[in-house]
Design a protein around this ligand. Structure first.
Ligand code: GAP
Length: 454
């Protein structure tokens, strides 16, 4: 599936629409439609289930988007959450300078100084990807932080920022959570929520956007045990993805080279997914030592150390952080599951072989003949919707309704016909095998519960 095909598919079926469309759009902003919203909810639910609820160590948190701006001084974002940018003098388009060099020369420019960047652009006479001109402004740093103000007076003392990552809210509440939940190291705090980055070159549909949803776990451990937990969470994330159906051949691990790591980092590994433009980052797993908590100790002057009740040792915990964007997971799961399948009889069907746990609807209820079977079908819809997210479809011929359900990944189609009225049986068609089971209405919930187990 190409990216264009994916965008069109997502729009056609109500997964994702262009943002602010009736006003001519807003660059790189996207609305999750009814099906996209359901699927993202399921992705978040799966993440919370596996990373928090099924772990005896981990708990959740929900901290605000806007926090005391000192947080961003301590974290280093105000000083160094920048990308180098250049503007094309002819067409005025703005580019991330390191990416421009990478795309034009195949050189990794990450971490280069502004002078080095200017020299490379000049020496190689790099051309503007938009208009082809060869005239760029000098490279300058560009802050990715969204600035706004809080309160009734707009002056420098009211400046606040939209968070560019959710994890800082976790660090600053480390002590509260540890105390209130009587947690012993090792333990983790996970949070999901919106993050904002004024990216210079967003793009590739949902891959790089300026407003996105992150799921982050900060796992606090004893110094010296971080490698063990780093390995543990790498495996854990890969297993999470595979259990939800991501194919082996679509995944790769990339270890950041030692010389590229920040001085405090003990290692970073990205899980890459095979997007239409090639393997690219899906999930980042970082071993961050005690850097973040130590910075908050320094700036807040609060004691965020941990006293081990068994050994009486006091230390600043080390952190292992798996961090992922829900939009990237959404992209990966869609791309991985979509198939334009040719059937044995030569017909084709669009089908989304998505894991039932992630599927927007778990089942669709279909009255075979609208006039005759609707009343019973609506009764069954009501029964199922007490427990599952299901849809109801009484339009068009049954074959077309099956196709639509296949295309949006609905794992089960429950057909109500004369046999339902006479004997209380429904037919359940499986999306992937297209085989049918006959089940008693009284056993329908149990049947689905068993099939949807995750
Ligand atoms: N707290 C660490 C952190 O935020 P990151 O590598 O900058 O690390 C983590 O981001 C994850 O968030 C990425 O692996 C990606 O899944 C997602 N992400 C980051 N920037 C994004 C953007 N502009 N659009 C969509 N997702 C993004």
């Amino acid at each position: 599936m190409t990216l264009e095909e994916l965008v069109s598919y997502a729009n056609r079926y109500g997964f994702v629409f262009p943002g602010s469309e009736i006003y001519g759009g807003l660059a790189n902003s996207w609305d999750y439609g009814p099906l996209g919203t359901l699927m993202c909810e399921n992705i978040r639910k799966a993440w919370f289930k596996k990373f928090i609820d099924e772990s005896k160590n981990n708990v959740r948190l929900d901290s605000p988007i806007i926090v005391n701006p000192r947080v961003w001084e301590a974290s280093g974002h105000l000083k160094s959450f920048n990308d180098p940018k250049v503007d094309c003098v002819a067409c005025k388009n703005r580019f991330r300078a390191d990416k421009l060099i990478e795309d034009s020369l195949g050189i990794d420019a990450d971490g280069m100084t502004l002078d080095q960047i200017d020299k490379l652009i000049e020496d190689n006479n790099i051309k503007c990807p938009s208009c082809g001109a060869h005239d760029f402004t000098k490279a300058r740093t560009f802050s990715l932080m969204y600035k706004t103000s809080q309160g009734v007076v707009e002056d420098s003392s009211s400046t606040v920022y939209l968070r560019p990552e959710t994890c800082q809210g976790i660090y600053i509440d480390f002590k509260n959570v540890q105390r209130a939940m009587r947690k012993k190291i090792p333990f983790g705090i996970g949070q999901n929520g919106k993050a904002f980055r004024n990216e210079i070159t967003p793009g590739n549909f949902l891959f790089r956007v300026r407003e996105f949803d992150q799921c982050e776990l900060e796992f606090f451990c004893k110094p010296g045990t971080e490698n063990e937990w780093f390995e543990y969470y790498k495996d854990f994330c890969v297993n999470f993805l595979k259990e939800l159906g991501l194919k082996d051949e679509n995944l790769k691990l990339y270890d950041h080279p030692k010389e590229k790591l920040a001085f405090y980092s003990k290692g970073t590994t990205d899980i890459l997914f095979n997007y239409p433009w090639g393997f690219d980052e899906l999930w980042g797993i970082a071993s961050r030592s005690d850097y973040d908590l130590s910075k908050h100790i320094e700036y807040s002057k609060q004691d965020l150390t941990y006293l081990d009740p068994e050994t009486n040792e006091r230390y600043v915990p080390y952190v292992v952080e798996p961090s992922v964007g829900v939009g990237r997971l959404f992209l990966a799961f869609l791309l991985n599951a979509y198939e334009n399948e040719t059937l044995l009889n030569g017909d084709t069907r669009e089908v989304l072989h998505i894991h039932p746990y992630l599927a927007p609807y778990k089942a669709v209820v279909l009255p075979l003949i609208k006039k005759t079977h609707s009343e019973k079908a609506l009764e069954i819809f009501k029964l199922l919707s007490e427990e599952f997210i299901v849809s109801y479809d009484d339009t068009q011929a049954i074959g077309k309704r099956y196709r639509r359900a296949d295309a949006i990944g609905t794992p089960f189609a429950v057909t109500i016909d004369d046999d339902t009225l006479e004997n209380g049986n429904v037919t359940i068609r499986n999306r992937d095998t297209m085989l049918q089971d006959v089940v008693k209405v009284s056993e329908l919930k149990d049947y689905l519960r068993g099939k949807l187990k995750y």
